[in-house]
Design a protein around this ligand. Structure first.
Ligand code: KG4
Ligand code: ZN
Length: 345
């Protein structure tokens, strides 16, 4: 049996996570344990993620999570083939919690250490669901990242474009904050948008009708803030309508840029039978965004694949999988591998 069992750890933003997966030679994944501990309540009073609070909270629960996941899987450290941890990009103080824990466990148990790029975890996350063949197109839309890339193989990613300023999730969060909708802003703004009229307020569609794969949300965010500041005492209708307009423009922008990328993908890989567009990241939870991407994918002849929400947002199963793929290729990292704030894929 050439399957590999890997423990993965994640703490690069505001979720502490540990998971154990088994990857077989055909690419089938069995998730033996998968735990995530959020920190939303700790950050809520500040209206955003506070790095020092995040780092401490990760450090407090990381080893407990490891013990719990081993218990869930009914195995011990001796049964894992390798230990993987996110080593960046992210808040370095936070990244250290998973990375240092993984180093200690690897040293203590005499197991190989695999340092994983968090973005590669997201890029491979659809393969937790099915042994999806390369190449496929990926739209990663989270609070920290917005990018389009082609996954060509394990360790081989062709970045088409990323955001020139804010990430899509950031645009949701900051607009929600300005409008007093609470933290995290994305889900709150989506809720407000449900009963809103997206056509009442005029907002720009960033990079509309332009070729290319970059994103930009700063101008849209500012336009929404300016409209908000001109409303004297906002009624519920004002709130709902502005939220709906903002959500609509973000969804249209994401689907426009994804459409450009799908066209490019078809030109680059004319033989791809059923091309796949994967959407991952927290913003993939948004129904308007999903609907816009469904339409765009259908029009371009693509299948839209969105991993279940627990694997769209930050999790350790995707980190364990990326680690397992690299381990299977005979790679491992030295114990002095550093935590990195920046690490483009
Ligand atoms: O992937 P994720 O959990 O964490 C990282 O940023 O890595 O993504 C979180 C982001 C936040 O900006 C959050 O507001 C956004 O995803 N988000 C949403 C929704 N759910 C989460 N944005 C819009 N609509 C939602 N339903
Ligand atoms: Zn992430």
């Amino acid at each position: 049996d050439a399957a590999v069992t890997v423990l993965g750890l994640e703490s690069s933003c505001d979720e502490t996570a540990a998971a154990i997966i088994r990857l077989d030679p055909e690419g089938h994944v069995e998730v033996l344990a998968d735990r995530v501990r959020g920190q939303t309540a700790a950050h809520a009073p500040y209206g955003g993620v506070v790095p020092e609070i995040a780092a401490r909270a990760h450090a407090e629960v990381m080893d407990v999570l490891v013990a719990e996941t081993l218990g869930d899987a009914g195995i011990t450290l001796a049964d894992v083939d390798a230990i993987a941890a996110t080593s960046g990009p992210g808040l370095v103080g936070g990244v250290m919690a998973a990375l240092m824990t993984a180093k200690g466990l690897a040293l203590g148990a005499g197991k190989p250490l695999i340092a994983v790029n968090h973005l590669e975890g997201h890029a491979l996350s659809p393969r937790l669901v099915e042994p999806l063949a390369f190449p496929y197109l990926l739209l990663l839309v989270s609070g920290g990242h917005t990018q389009l890339l082609i996954a060509e193989g394990v360790g081989r990613y062709h970045r088409l474009g990323s955001t020139l300023d804010d990430a899509a999730g950031e645009a949701f969060d900051k607009t929600a904050k300005v409008m007093g909708l609470g933290f995290p802003g994305g889900p709150a703004l989506e809720k407000a948008a449900v009963s809103g009229n997206p056509a009442r307020f005029e907002l720009p569609i960033p990079l509309n009708n332009r070729p290319g794969f970059e994103f930009s949300f700063a101008g849209l965010k500012t336009a929404a803030r300016q409209i908000w500041e001109k409303i004297e005492s906002p009624s519920s209708a004002d709130i709902f309508d502005l939220a709906a307009a903002m959500q609509d423009k973000i969804a249209v922008t994401l689907s426009n840029r994804a459409s450009n990328a799908m066209k490019y993908f078809i030109e680059t890989y004319p033989d791809a039978l059923t091309p796949v567009l994967v959407v991952a990241g927290g913003v993939a939870a948004n129904k308007a965004v999903r609907a816009a991407l469904e339409d765009a994918a259908k029009a371009a002849g693509f299948r839209l694949l969105a991993p279940p929400m627990k694997w769209c947002t930050d999790n350790a199963a995707m980190i364990a999988l990326a680690g397992a793929e690299h381990f299977r290729q005979g790679e491992q990292d030295a114990l002095d591998v550093p935590a990195r704030a920046r690490w483009p894929l």
